[in-house]
Design a protein around this ligand. Sequence first.
Ligand SMILES: Nc1nc2c(ncn2[C@@H]2O[C@H](COP(=O)(O)OP(=O)(O)OP(=O)(O)O)[C@@H](O)[C@H]2O)c(=O)[nH]1
Ligand SMILES: [Mg+2]
Length: 354
Amino acid sequence: MLKVHRVSRLLRGYRIAAGTRNVNKLHPRDKNLEKTQTDFKLAKTSVDAGTQQVSRKANRDKGSLIAILHEKYNPHYERPDRPDLCSVNRFFNSARVRYEWSAATFLDIPGERLRQKAEENALTQASREDGSEPAPDDTRGGMRPKKRYGKTDGIPFELLNGLPEVAFLGRCNAGKSTLLNNITTEFSHVRLQEHAKASKKAGFTKTINCFNIGGRFRIVDTPGYGGKSTQEQGDMTMRYLRERQELKRCFLLVSAEQGFAATDSQVVDFLTKFGIPFEVIFTKMDKIKDISQLESVIEESGVLELPTLPQMIFLNSETNKRCPKRYGIDTLRSLILESCGLEPNVKPSKIREK
Ligand SMILES: Nc1nc2c(ncn2[C@@H]2O[C@H](COP(=O)(O)OP(=O)(O)OP(=O)(O)O)[C@@H](O)[C@H]2O)c(=O)[nH]1
Ligand SMILES: [Mg+2]
């Protein structure tokens, strides 16, 4: 009885998490979904969710499985409540998304070259004030560096406004670009491809691409590592992660189907070493038939032993007959706003046309 109660509570929780639509009045498609999802077969395993054993033989729908995984691996993080999730979804569904820039090297990012110059000038100035000799390549005579900082080298001011940024990282084909499209569009795929190109070809994204979301923050899509990626792309992404002052949090995407690779573990080590805050997102949950495999992957990854436990989000950006709904998207949306220091009820601000 207790178990039934627990599962139905989780199911209720999922429906709340599932979207902006009226959660009490299910859409006919969702009613259909409830029926079709009952034939979703699972391995006969049990989840040790903290202190309680949750049996899950067969006939459990994917929404409740994702909710179980969420509870198990995020014991310290509370799910946002229903009104907050509705506000968050309202923000993302109404915010204008604008592609802003692509960069093939770190210094191509608008403002980074200026920042570097300013830092160099400040160093030169400091060494002069120390009474030490000016650097040999300092040919600018007595020009005060302050005056140079005021110039933007023709870069539009709105690209230098210091909005908070979050970045998507992951192996080639992990689903970064697809997810970016999904969190910035409503429930249909009508506008897919509009903001970030996704492709079946691994290594499709070759530059760091930045998108302004509702004038409040930026999402940065990065080239995947492994597969067909290049050393230069890896170096650029690592430099971006280490040096970008606007970066507030990274989201490491791991395909739930493929699990952690050695390269993912190296990225986790890198982020931990440099104190870059990150969370883990398991994508392609629609393809998962046996979640006990995914549990083993998580447990063997070493992530659970990290000094700061990252949040884990389980989601799918694609839908199919067996999984006709997108799960976990709104949990991620909520976490992105929180990472950027924004309240769930934030409203998009107007983005000026170029
Ligand atoms: N079934 C399923 N397929 C997905 C999902 N997310 C992405 N895909 C597919 O995975 C493939 C790769 O997606 P991308 O978004 O291009 O992956 P990426 O991480 O941006 O890849 P790179 O740009 O190469 O680093 C595409 O064919 C997507 O349709 C998902 O949640 N479920
Ligand atoms: Mg991509």
